[in-house]
Design a protein around this ligand. Structure first.
Ligand code: ARG
Length: 234
């Protein structure tokens, strides 16, 4: 029909915080948003026949942006926690993770979370469960300061230059940093908790959530998910 002529297919707005490789990052050459979350969401969108428009936000700004309707989807390595489930709806989870303590490579005094002392500064990223853990340690008088960062790139640099004594961040992301930049930081002690990442939509947006879950199921069945997993994690 005439009305359909040149009509643009509507796109969902999807956001992530891009200092969290290999899930959420920027391409070093093009500057474009990329990572496992981008590839997975694009595969889901292709399977379900919708388009995506990507933006980046501070991690702490993601849930407010979803609630206000500025964005439709969060794809940002977000733990589908009980707390967050009160504020947004999550898809089926797609990656099991957990928090770890990282120190500067060669640090001999901190071998785990129990070695943190009231003279120490510990970093975490704003709005994350890692930041929650830092704030909890500070409140309990176990550390001197919880230093909350916008980006994990800066937090990783501060860990290496001694601005902070430890960083609490997700295992796969800290592990990827150690692989990309050997001899800079290291993980100490056990994994602190169990997290599972999910895609978030506004509370009650069942239509979109159903599409995401169906698409995710399809790309898991047809091998696309595994292919993307190997691309980013092997
Ligand atoms: N596990 C954390 C959380 O969900 C960190 C996620 C950070 N993601 C990011 N793209 N920076 O709270």
């Amino acid at each position: 029909s005439f009305a359909a002529c040149g009509q643009k297919q509507s796109a969902y707005k999807v956001a992530m915080e891009p200092t969290f490789p290999p899930f959420d990052t920027t391409d070093s050459k093009t500057g474009e948003l990329t990572g496992f979350d981008v590839d997975m969401m694009e595969a889901i969108a292709a399977d379900q026949g919708f388009k995506l428009e990507w933006t980046n936000l501070s991690f702490g700004g993601l849930i407010p942006a979803l609630q206000s309707g500025n964005i439709d989807i969060i794809a940002s390595g977000m733990n589908a926690s009980e707390d967050r489930r009160k504020q947004v709806d999550f898809s089926d989870t797609y990656y099991d993770s957990g928090l770890v303590v990282a120190v500067k490579a060669g640090n001999k005094t901190i071998k785990g979370i129990k070695d943190l002392t009231p003279d120490m500064k510990v970093g975490g990223q704003i709005g994350t469960t890692g930041a929650d853990k830092c704030n909890e340690l500070k409140k309990a008088g176990k550390i001197k300061e919880a230093k909350i960062y916008d980006g994990l790139d800066v937090a990783m640099m501060d860990l290496q230059n001694g601005t902070i004594d430890a960083l609490i961040n997700d295992l796969p992301v800290t592990k990827a940093y150690m692989t990309a930049k050997p001899g800079t930081v290291e993980i100490v002690g056990d994994v602190l908790n169990a997290e599972s990442y999910g895609i978030a939509v506004k509370k009650g947006n069942k239509e979109l959530l159903d599409k995401i879950n169906t698409g995710m199921k399809h790309i898991k069945e047809n091998g696309t998910f595994d292919k993307l997993y190997s691309k980013w994690f092997d």
